[in-house]
Design a protein around this ligand. Structure first.
Ligand code: CMP
Length: 137
């Protein structure tokens, strides 16, 4: 059993497709162990995406991620990190396989509907960024 962090980004929350995205997870063997809807500050987004701080898109990404509410979740299941990434599809929705969340709901490489941890090690850090132990059930 693994745990991974998922974020439904501001574009998907604004489109009112939270439930449709959660259905993809639950229908594919992932369970929601924790969940909340929050609005990040630009500073929060900056800390969360600190690994990208030298990238040219960092400032825009932080602006975007703090532009509206997001839903953060801990997903649990067998191979949860890889399973979530498979369900999300490629970062750029133009390259995402048909039937993936990004192919179906994303707008652009920045407004790409969902975030998912890219490794088990990062999943642990990202989960701890948003959730206390007692919130993960
Ligand atoms: P995410 O999985 O949340 O991780 C970093 C985010 O940076 C990524 O999804 C994209 O939304 C965003 N991003 C914006 N521009 C780029 C880019 N040129 N290459 C990769 N990621 C980008």
């Amino acid at each position: 059993m693994e745990k991974t962090l998922s974020i439904i980004k501001p574009d998907a929350v604004a489109k009112n497709v939270i439930g449709k995205i959660i259905d993809r997870f639950e229908s594919n063997g992932l369970r929601i162990a924790a969940m909340k809807k929050i609005k990040l500050t630009k500073e929060d987004a900056g800390k969360f995406y600190e690994v990208h701080k030298e990238r040219p898109f960092y400032n825009d990404l932080c602006e975007y991620m703090s532009s509206g509410p997001v839903v953060v979740m801990v997903l649990e299941g067998e191979n949860a990190v890889a399973k979530n990434r498979e369900l999300m599809g490629a970062t750029n929705p133009k390259e995402a396989a048909p039937g993936t969340i990004r192919a179906d709901f994303a707008e652009s490489i920045e407004a790409n509907a969902v975030h998912g941890s890219d490794s088990l090690e990062n999943a642990k850090k990202e989960i701890a960024f948003f959730f206390a132990e007692r919130e993960i059930l």
